[in-house]
Design a protein around this ligand. Structure first.
Ligand SMILES: *[C@@H]1O[C@H](CO)[C@@H](O)[C@H](O)[C@H]1NC(C)=O
Ligand SMILES: *[C@@H]1O[C@H](CO)[C@@H](O)[C@H](O)[C@H]1NC(C)=O
Ligand SMILES: *[C@@H]1O[C@H](CO)[C@@H](O)[C@H](O)[C@H]1NC(C)=O
Length: 334
């Protein structure tokens, strides 16, 4: 596939814990053989060791200054005070070495190649499930421009954000999104809310297999679930907020590509998870995991003999994943 040098997928990670999400997201993009560059925006809080991990999968690491909205009242409404920091996101417009970019939040995960998103224009995004006249700012197509960046900052300072985060701000700035032109509306398959209780089940049964990007919205993030290193299964417990197959796939990529390189000097969860011991057996199991996922965690081992016959990185594995998702969808909701 021809590489496109002047277009990029962009994400943001302000600390080592969120870098876990950014790393898994980047590996999910590599796995579907994207032809675009990968860029991560970071802040000063990201450790040196973590930067070296990011450098192994991203083409560009760009450090930016934290630009907090300081709009405590709005933030309190959402009981998500950490959203303030997402104003840092605006810095993505300063990546003017690229002509077009697709922003992906660090809590998204790519299941299939979605390079066709670069055919879209600024500002293209998916309707928010909570208020569909607004777009969700976890996935959007934009054109880097210093002018737009300046306008956005001015707008932010003058108007604030109605939700205290970047989504409220961007929706006011691009305020004709919902009515202007339907071609700026991205399909839900590019930003599917992986929320177990929120999902419109008959639609998920019908269209779930087409989903290309999932978004782990809500207070729990994939890296906060517990993982059983001896069985390779995510421990869902009773309060699992997300679609289990999506979480299992996130952890598969994490164990295979990220965990082996973590060091205790990483901060937050990244440092803690570096101490989790995963047997080499399990890591190898991890290597087989698109297939493991296809079969369901605990059954995978008995099929381990088949590993050599499978093209793990090719289309076969993704067919398997799709099949497994289909089975899960059709099996578990009745
Ligand atoms: C890391 O950053 C995220 C997003 O800004 C925030 O929600 C989280 O609380 C931070 N975690 C730590 C350990 O600082
Ligand atoms: C945008 O601004 C940066 C400095 O902030 C500068 O390096 C870059 O060349 C500018 N881009 C364009 C297209 O003028
Ligand atoms: C996700 O699901 C939980 C219940 O599991 C619900 O309380 C929460 O509001 C949902 N969040 C979103 C963003 O849909």
């Amino acid at each position: 596939m021809t590489q496109v040098e002047d277009q990029a997928f962009v994400t943001l990670a302000t600390n080592d814990t969120y870098c876990l999400g950014a790393l898994v997201l980047a590996h999910s993009l590599r796995k579907v053989a994207t032809s675009r560059k990968l860029v991560v925006l970071i802040t000063s809080g990201v450790t040196t060791h973590m930067r070296s991990l990011l450098a192994s999968v991203f083409d560009l690491i760009q450090e930016v200054n934290v630009m907090d909205s300081k709009d405590e009242e709005n933030l309190a409404l959402l009981t998500r005070p950490e959203l303030g920091i997402t104003f840092t996101k605006l810095n993505c417009w300063r990546l003017t070495q690229f002509t077009k970019c697709v922003f992906l939040d660090a809590d998204t995960l790519v299941l299939h190649n979605c390079d066709e998103l670069f055919d879209k224009k600024e500002l293209s995004a998916t309707a928010d499930v909570g208020w569909p006249d607004c777009f969700n700012s976890g996935v959007f197509v934009f054109h880097p421009s210093n002018e737009t960046y300046k306008d956005l900052v001015k707008f932010a300072v003058e108007q604030g954000s109605f939700d205290g985060g970047d989504q409220g701000l961007l929706n006011m700035f691009f305020r004709d999104w919902s009515t202007k032109d339907i071609s700026f509306h991205l399909s839900f398959i590019y930003n599917m809310n992986s929320n177990a209780s929120y999902t419109y089940l008959p639609a998920y049964k019908q269209f779930g297999k087409d989903v290309k990007i999932v978004h782990f919205l809500g207070s729990m993030k994939p890296w906060q679930y517990s993982y059983n290193p001896s069985t390779g299964d995510v421990q869902f417990g009773s309060e699992c907020q997300h679609v289990k197959e999506h979480l299992q796939y996130w952890w598969h990529l994490f164990i295979q590509f990220v965990h082996p390189h973590l060091q205790p000097e990483c901060t937050g969860l990244a440092g803690q998870l570096s101490k989790m011991s995963v047997s080499s057996d399990q890591q190898e199991e991890g290597a087989a995991s698109p297939y493991e996922l296809a079969l369901g965690g605990s059954h995978a081992r008995q099929f381990a003999w088949e590993r050599g016959q499978i093209d793990y990185l090719g289309t076969d594995s993704f067919e398997n994943i799709k099949q497994k998702l289909d089975n899960a969808i059709n099996g578990s909701q009745n």
